[in-house]
Write a protein that binds this ligand. Structure first.
Ligand SMILES: Cc1cc2nc3c(=O)[nH]c(=O)nc-3n(C[C@H](O)[C@H](O)[C@H](O)COP(=O)(O)OP(=O)(O)OC[C@H]3O[C@@H](n4cnc5c(N)ncnc54)[C@H](O)[C@@H]3O)c2cc1C
Length: 433
């Protein structure tokens, strides 16, 4: 790692300058190395991993995930990479119960009127079952925001509350801007719990260790704590200017950033109109992930509902001191900044027998190098995400989970785009000069 201050010019031409040391950038470094290519990673933060942010919290006895954490069983790139790097996978606690909360109180049932609730959920699941088909219903829902879908179906408050609870871990932002199909997917037809059942594993040493070990295995050079401010495709090579004034040159570049961080970089030549639209408008993913330590809750218990904007709480695992780590989600625009009184109220509503020991969170929305959580694509901006707009142009390629067409928003999406970008850069590097 090179953290020496002062300007520096890289005389020997590195094959690829990777901007962003998240999972996309670091996996790309490894896969470029597999192809015989050298890379240098420039990362704005003082750590690798980006939105994969694992660190110990108090006496947690191991890493806690402040950002992305769960790996699905069908996430083949994530599972393959952890295996290659010798990182173990830990299964999620079995789901042992589901209760509800609303208006600050615990509830055994999601609704006062269960017949009305069950009819609404049946409609939701019937709609979901069609989402991969070309039916008028599916076509209509694909064109609706979540808010428009809820209004269209006229669901009772209990169904809206339950959908919004799951929205906090799927759509992740403004329901009047983001498409209903972030939550209403064909998979949902199996039942509401499928959205937690699919969260199969976490990484034993934390997901950030995937990024760290990928870089170590790649042999890539790393510059930490210095943000790229300008990136130029000079025709014969690329040149980046960093916040410190350093200049880094390479034969090609990979931009592996959250789309909400693109606005901080000046691109020469300018980005295409679709890319520039996304760069200026960004995405709306604004979830809050709240970590709570409490005595009492049994791992595997889920609570959904609404109190002070918190809508979804899972008792994740036991900690070495016998307490439980709970993971809660809400939307930042509804929760505001969590404080002790708020967390105590929410915990008392969802797990009335629990004793609150502490809480923590990372403010992704105001983090200058993320400016959001996982991607929340607005319906209006969907065309600008199309893969055709984000392929390699000249010497510059793009990657990152925000741009993935197959697994958008997931860590798997970061890896899928990284693999494609590494191949595209290799094609360009093989065309020298
Ligand atoms: C709270 C939360 C919960 C999540 N839960 C899950 C989950 O359970 N499962 C899942 O699969 N996914 C989850 N995600 C999403 C997942 O974490 C991300 O999709 C994935 O980590 C993104 O990887 P990336 O490499 O594309 O981007 P990032 O991780 O954002 O990496 C981009 C890097 O670029 C750096 N950077 C920014 N600007 C500059 C600059 N100008 N110059 C240099 N470097 C710069 C950033 O510091 C960052 O390190 C969650 C995300 C959050 C925030």
């Amino acid at each position: 790692m090179d953290n020496a201050p002062g300007p520096r010019h890289y005389a020997a031409m590195t094959d690829t300058l990777i901007i962003g040391g998240g999972l996309a950038g670091t996996a790309a470094a490894l896969w470029l190395a597999d192809l015989g290519r050298s890379s240098i990673i420039v990362e704005a933060r003082a750590r690798l991993g980006g939105r994969a942010h694992s660190r110990a919290w108090g006496n947690s006895g191991g890493p806690v995930e402040y950002g992305g954490g769960w790996i699905r069983a069908d996430h083949a790139e994530m599972i393959g990479l952890t295996k290659r790097l010798g990182i173990g996978l830990v299964p999620r606690a079995d789901i042992i119960g589901h209760s509800y909360f609303r208006d600050g109180t615990w509830q055994a049932n999601p609704a006062e009127d269960m017949a009305q609730y069950e009819a609404g959920i049946a409609t939701l699941l019937t709609d979901a079952a069609q989402m991969n088909d070309d039916t008028p219903t599916a076509r209509a829902i694909h064109g609706m925001t979540l808010r428009a879908y809820l209004d269209h179906r006229g669901f009772p408050a209990s169904v809206v509350r339950e959908i919004m609870a799951w929205w906090a871990i799927s759509g992740s932002g403004a329901p009047d801007l983001i498409g209903a199909n972030e939550y209403v997917t064909a998979k949902l037809a199996k039942g509401l719990m499928v959205k937690v059942e699919e969260l199969a594993f976490t990484a034993e040493t934390g997901v950030a260790s995937i990024a760290q070990q990928a870089v170590a295995a790649s042999g890539a050079e790393t510059i930490l704590g210095d943000a790229v401010e300008r990136l130029e495709d000079c025709g014969s090579h690329v040149r980046a200017t960093l916040g410190s004034g350093r200049v880094v040159e390479a034969a090609t570049a990979l931009v592996a950033l959250p789309i909400n961080a693109l606005a901080q970089i000046r691109f020469l030549p300018a980005l295409s109109p679709a890319q520039d639209n996304l760069r200026r408008r960004g995405h709306e993913g604004r979830a809050l992930k709240l970590l709570i330590r409490a005595k009492g809750p049994k791992p595997g218990h889920l609570a959904t509902g609404e109190t002070l904007g918190i809508r979804w709480i899972f008792a994740d695992r036991s900690l070495p001191d016998g307490s439980t780590l709970l993971i809660a989600f809400g939307l930042r625009d509804e929760t505001g900044e969590p404080d002790p009184a708020m967390v105590a109220t929410v915990l008392a509503a969802a797990f009335p027998d629990a004793d609150l020991l502490g809480f923590d969170w990372h403010d992704w929305v105001n983090d200058p190098f993320a400016r959001g959580t996982w991607v929340g694509a607005t319906l209006a901006s969907l065309p600008d995400f199309a893969a055709e707009h984000w392929g390699r142009r000249g010497r510059i390629a793009f990657a990152g989970s925000d741009l993935s067409s197959a697994e958008q928003g997931w860590m798997e999406g970061a890896l899928l785009t990284a693999r494609a970008a590494a191949a595209a850069l290799q094609t360009r590097l093989n065309q020298n000069p």
